[in-house]
Every structure is written in structure tokens, then in C-alpha cells.
Design a binder for this molecule. Structure first.
Ligand code: TSJ
Length: 668
């Protein structure tokens, strides 16, 4: 209830009236309780699950949970529930419960079924009923609804506590009700509990839930929906794991927590909220929290209806318009920018800015390759106006903080101009113009990028072995001397002046962001080969950070790999056995029935292997194992990079664990 009042306050300051010209999406309005139309049977979902949940691999499996949780979040947004509990049970079933009003149990006129059955057996029926009872925004994964989860489950049960009664229904494989909804007892509380077991004939790759993934996602949900308490339990092991997330500060707290590791340059988080009218009666709400830190990179996460809009869209555009207008106006009127000087560019304004943008829209349109770009044009103006007014007010009321911010922007603008000059000189030397390959590069003879591989090797001695052991036709070797520059902590002009980085840019041949040209990439496999020790992993992270910040497309295209040299060698009766981890070593020992104390070699570095060994164990495409680097989630990656590279030392110990998350095993 409280939540409802809070939302209502929002209008007082800003009300933007937006003319809506789009008519084509009226269709969605039709699916209310009194007007439910059966679109397709659940069978259609089972025939083509990918159309509804994207994939039947691990991400799709987890989407089932998001889908159910979204319904409970809607109840919270409507102001009727403040606690949601998610439990992974033994056998990898999942239970989601809330303390909301309970899904309606009365018969829905159009379907002739109870509300619960309607939600679970009719596609696209989820949550839209209950006229005036709730503002449905979360819409799940593109709004597919609870029925999709039911269709893709081996079984699913729903218990509703409502109006003094306990109601129960269970569905079998594919969502067929085993019986009608039954009243099975009395109670004096309220809420909905859903338990389901994903169908292993659909999720053939895995049916095992990942506690960390569920925690990460629900933590984000808790930030985006302030005051909602979300508890996550893992009951699969004997010792229960449990995490609780609840943020009264909402996205303000989100920004604070992200910046905690990045050295915020101001105490306050600038918070902007407001709303606009949509089609006369509905509202678009907009919430933005922002704070600058010492770093040089932007961290902007935007959401529409709690869905992370990875590709940005009109809400981000509106935000950029606002900060550009307001910060330039302020800097000019307060004489930070002189009459003969240029405005700040958007890139200056984004340096070291952490920002969360969250809009709620009754009829969102998603565009882009992964349908995660918000397309509604009316949103641009609303966000721009809401952020513009609040930011202007903040600067005027907090002149000292405004000083700190504007000085940071001035530094950024100076560095940009210096970098432009440095960039020019890099460009003269890279694939964009005449190419002079670095002297240290031992290039391959093939010029077909699709079969060419670049090994970036730690240390000159390992570089020597790699040069001698490689397949000269397709494998190029670039040895790196010592540590490379930490691009997270360096200004852009320093990055370009660094020799090791310059060598990599030239060797790869495609320049750097934002002018990175994927067509010029000279190798479709860039393999990072470092020692299996702390220094090696540090260098690996530095390289990944560099690629992530300056050649993002390399990672996005799946061109970056991590070599997996063996950790141990056992020689037995003239034969060599290599182990890539402790487990394998044990397997070898037991297979060969070695006596305790039988000697084996532990490789401390690549340099200990001769050319033949390096080829055989690590570089031969027929036998090697490599990890492909993926960036499935910008949030995760950003956290990994910041945790590892920032000033804070503590998070580093987590690094192996976190690093493993964006590196997917791939046998090649
Ligand atoms: F949909 C679902 F089954 F996946 C699901 C729904 C799962 C979970 C965990 C919770 C819910 C849910 C639904 N929690 N609360 C609600 N509320 C309603 O569906 C509801 C209740 C009353 C009224 C009303 O107008 O009186 C309207 C609605 C939408």
C-alpha cells in the first residue's frame, strides 16, 4: 500500500503530456479478464520453445524463474506485496511465493475457468486481469507469462491463500491440469506459492539451476523495486544457502554500491523521478540515479519494466540529451567554459559516470538485434525533461558538488583533445592506413583471417618456444614483455602511447573503438597464453580489460580465447601424461596405479616447456583445450573488471570464481 502512495507523489513535480501517434499496438489491450482470447494452445510453446524463452539451454531454464517472479513483482508494484521468496529445492524444482493478494480464484467470464487456471493455461493471459487492480509493467521475458512456464514444466503446482481459503491446483507435463482448482483448507493469511519442475525433455542441455545467477538477477530486481524484500534459498545441499535483498534506497543504493569500488567523487547520488501521460490515461514513469566516480569509463544500465535494455534506446537518448544540455548550460553560465571554447562532448560527460535509468511503460516496444533496445519515441522527451529539471535544480542547490563535477568534465575534455592527437598517430600506424607490423610479431604466412590465430604470449622465453613450436601457416606469435598497462586506471592518451598495446593494435589490424573495423581483423582467434600463476592471471585480466574497453567487438564476436596449458606432467614407462587440473592428475595417478610419492612435474610457467611440448599440449588444434571468452552480461563483466582493477584490494580474492563466469568452456 505504501508503495502506491509513493508512486502517486511522483506526479506533483513533472507531468509531461505526450501525444501518442502509434495505434498499431492496441491489440494488447484486448486481453483482459473479461476478454480473454485463446491465442494458441500450450502445445505451440512446446513445439517451439525458443520463440518464447529464447533458448532451451541454461539461460532459458533460468528465464522460467524470472517469468514467475515477475508476476510477484507486479503484485509488489501494485502495492499489495512486500516479500518474495525463491527457493531452489532438492531435485532442482523451484518454489516462488509472495505475500500478495493471491491470484484470483473466481471464474473468469471469458475462459470459463478460475483465474488461476486462466493464468496458467491460456497464453498471454498473465496478470492482465483485475481491472484497476494493478499496473502490470514487468511483463516477464517479453511478456510471455506464467502459462509458458507451465507448458515447459514436467509439473507445476499453485497454492493460493485468499479470502480465508487455501486453494490448490496441479498441472502435469506440458501444463495439462490434473484436476480443477480445489479449496483444500482454511487460512488467515494471503499470498501465492508456485512450485515447478522444468521438463527435462525440453531442457535437454541442463536442468540444474545456478544459485549465483538467480541471486544476481534477483538482487537487481530488488534494487529496481525499492522496498521489496527478496529472499533466495538453495536447499539442494545439506547446508541451506540463503541471501536476502531489500533496498529502501532502490536505484540510489544501486548506484552507491556500484561506485563503492570505483571511488565516488561526490557524496550525493543525484536522483530524478517523474512521469508522463501515455494515451490520455496511462502513465510512463521514469527514475534515474547518477553519481560520478574517479574512473574514466561510463557505467550506464538502463531498464524498461525491469528488463535490462542492453542495447539502450530512447530512455538513454533522453538521458544523454538532458545531461548535455544542462551541464553545458551550467558550465557556460558559471564561466567554466569560456565564450571562445567548445561545449563538452557527450563522451566527456559520461567519463566516470555511474547511472541507472529505469522506466516503466504500459506498452513497451523493443527493437534491435536482441530485442533489448527501447523504441518508444515518446520516452525520449519524458526522460530528457525529468532528468533535465532535477539535474538543473541539483546543481543550483549544491554549488560545491557542481564544482567538483564540472572540473572533472574539464579534465575529461582536455584528455579527449590530447587523446585525439595520440589517436591520430596510432591510426597512422595501424590497419586503417599503411601497416607496419611490429618487429616482435612472428606473423603467420596465411592471410585468411578465418583460419589465422594470434597467440599473445607472456614473456620472451615462452614466446621463443611458441615461435618454434607453432604451425607457421596459421599461427602468429606476439610475445609481451612484463605487465601491460592497466587501461582502467590510465587516461586514453597514455593507453595509446603504451608500446605493448600499440603492438597488439597493429598486429590485430582493426584499430580501436569507436573506429574499430571488424572487417580488418587479421586473426579470428586471439589466444591469450599466460602462466598458470597469479602474475599470469593478472596479465590475462589486463588483456581482457583492454579488449573489453577498446575492441569490444572482438569479445562479442567470440574471437578471444584463453589457452589452457597443462599444470602437470607425469612420465611413466617412457610415455608422457599431461594433466590440466588437480582432478586429472589424480585420475592419471590412479589409472597408472602409481605408488604414493611417484614423481611428477608441476609446471610453474610456460617457459618450462620446450617447443614440442608447448605445441603438443597447448597449441595443436587437434588436441588443445581453449576457453572462449564471452561477455554475456555487461553488468557481470563490469563488476569483474572493476573489482579486479580498482583500488580496492579485497574483491580480488574472488577473482578466479568471478573470472570463470564470463569464460565458457569450449573444447577445440
Ligand atoms: F502468475 C504466477 F502464477 F506466476 C504468479 C502470480 C506467481 C507468483 C509467485 C505470484 C503471482 C501473483 C499474482 N501474486 N499476486 C498476484 N496477484 C494477482 O494475480 C491479482 C490479485 C488480485 C487482483 C484483484 O484485482 O483483486 C488482481 C490480480 C492481478
Amino acid at each position: 500500500m505504501e508503495e502506491k502512495e509513493k508512486l502517486a507523489e511522483v506526479d506533483s513535480s513533472i507531468e509531461v503530456d505526450v501525444p501518442i501517434d502509434a495505434k498499431e499496438d492496441r491489440a494488447d489491450e484486448e486481453y483482459t479478464a473479461t476478454n480473454i482470447q485463446v491465442l494458441e494452445g500450450l502445445e505451440a510453446v512446446r513445439k517451439r520453445p525458443g520463440m518464447y524463452i529464447g533458448t532451451t539451454a541454461a539461460p532459458g531454464l533460468h528465464h522460467l524463474v524470472w517469468e514467475i517472479v515477475d508476476n510477484a513483482i507486479d503484485e509488489a508494484l501494485a502495492g499489495y506485496c512486500d516479500k518474495i521468496e525463491v527457493t531452489i529445492n532438492k531435485g532442482d524444482t523451484v518454489t516462488v511465493s509472495d505475500n500478495g493478494r493471491g491470484i484470483p480464484v473466481d471464474i473468469v467470464a471469458k475462459s470459463g475457468l478460475s483465474g488461476v487456471e486462466t493464468v496458467y493455461t491460456i497464453l498471454h493471459a498473465g496478470g492482465k486481469f483485475g481491472e484497476g487492480g494493478g499496473y502490470k509493467v514487468s511483463g516477464g521475458l517479453h511478456g510471455v507469462g506464467a502459462s509458458v512456464v507451465n507448458a515447459l514444466s514436467e509439473w507445476l503446482e499453485v497454492t493460493v491463500h485468499k479470502d480465508g481459503g487455501i486453494y490448490f491446483i496441479k498441472f502435469g507435463r506440458g501444463g495439462k491440469p490434473l484436476d480443477h482448482l480445489k479449496r483444500i483448507g482454511d487460512c488467515n493469511d494471503r499470498g501465492t506459492t508456485v512450485t515447478f519442475k522444468p521438463d527435462d525433455t525440453i531442457f535437454t542441455e541442463t536442468t540444474v539451476f545456478d544459485f549465483d545467477i538467480i541471486c544476481d538477477h534477483l538482487k537487481q530486481m530488488a534494487y529496481l523495486n525499492k522496498g521489496v524484500k527478496i529472499v533466495v534459498n538453495d536447499d539442494r545441499d545439506v547446508t541451506r544457502k540463503t541471501e536476502t535483498y531489500c533496498y529502501e534506497g532502490g536505484i540510489n543504493q544501486y548506484v552507491k554500491d556500484i561506485n563503492a569500488n570505483k571511488g565516488p567523487i561526490m557524496e550525493e547520488v543525484i536522483y530524478c523521478e517523474g512521469r508522463g501521460v501515455y494515451e490520455g490515461n496511462a502513465h510512463i514513469t521514469c527514475e534515474v540515479a547518477m553519481q560520478y566516480n574517479e574512473s574514466y569509463n561510463p557505467t550506464i544500465f538502463s531498464f524498461c519494466n525491469n528488463i535490462h535494455t542492453h542495447e539502450g534506446g530512447t530512455h538513454e537518448e533522453g538521458f544523454r540529451m538532458a545531461i548535455r544540455r544542462v551541464l553545458n548550460d551550467y558550465a557556460r553560465s558559471h564561466k567554466f567554459i569560456k565564450d571562445d571554447q567548445d561545449d563538452f562532448e557527450t563522451s566527456d560527460l559520461l567519463e566516470g559516470l555511474t547511472c541507472i535509468i529505469s522506466v516503466k511503460h504500459p506498452n513497451p516496444q523493443y527493437e534491435g538485434q536482441t530485442k533489448t533496445k527501447l523504441g518508444n519515441s515518446e520516452v525520449r522527451k519524458i526522460v530528457s525533461q525529468v532528468v533535465g529539471e532535477h539535474l538543473k535544480k541539483f546543481l543550483l542547490e549544491n554549488p560545491k558538488v557542481a564544482d567538483v563535477i564540472i572540473n572533472k568534465l574539464l579534465t575529461a575534455a582536455k584528455a579527449r583533445i590530447a587523446a585525439r592527437n595520440a589517436r591520430e598517430s596510432v591510426r597512422r600506424n595501424t590497419g586503417l592506413e599503411l601497416t607496419t607490423l611490429p618487429g616482435k610479431l612472428a606473423d603467420c604466412s596465411s592471410k585468411d583471417p578465418s583460419i589465422c590465430e594470434l597467440y599473445i604470449v607472456e614473456g620472451n622465453s615462452a614466446g621463443g618456444s611458441a615461435k618454434n613450436g607453432r604451425d607457421r601457416n596459421t599461427q602468429a606469435i606476439l610475445p609481451l614483455r612484463g605487465k601491460i598497462l592497466n587501461v582502467e586506471k590510465a587516461t586514453i592518451d597514455k593507453v595509446f602511447a603504451n608500446a605493448e598495446i600499440g603492438n597488439m593494435i597493429t598486429a590485430i589490424g582493426a584499430g580501436v573503438d569507436p573506429e574499430f573495423n571488424a572487417e580488418k581483423i587479421r586473426y579470428h582467434k586471439i589466444v591469450i597464453m599466460t602462466d598458470a600463476d597469479v602474475d599470469g592471471s593478472h596479465i590475462r585480466i589486463l588483456l581482457l580489460t583492454f579488449f573489453y574497453r577498446y575492441m569490444k567487438e572482438l569479445i562479442e564476436s567470440g574471437y578471444v580465447y584463453i589457452a589452457q596449458p597443462p599444470l602437470y606432467k607425469v612420465e611413466y614407462h617412457g610415455k608422457k601424461y599431461y594433466a590440466y587440473n588437480d582432478e586429472q592428475l589424480e585420475v592419471i595417478k590412479s589409472k597408472l596405479a602409481l605408488k604414493p610419492g611417484y614423481p611428477f612435474q608441476r609446471y610453474k610457467g610456460l617457459g618450462e616447456m620446450d617447443a614440442d611440448q608447448l605445441w603438443e599440449t597447448t597449441m595443436d588444434p587437434k588436441t588443445r583445450k581453449m576457453l572462449r571468452v564471452t561477455l554475456s552480461d555487461a553488468i557481470e563483466a563490469d563488476r569483474v573488471f572493476t573489482d579486479l582493477m580498482g583500488d580496492e584490494v579485497l574483491p580480488r580474492k574472488d577473482f578466479i570464481h568471478k573470472n570463470a563466469k564470463f569464460v565458457k568452456n569450449l573444447d577445440i
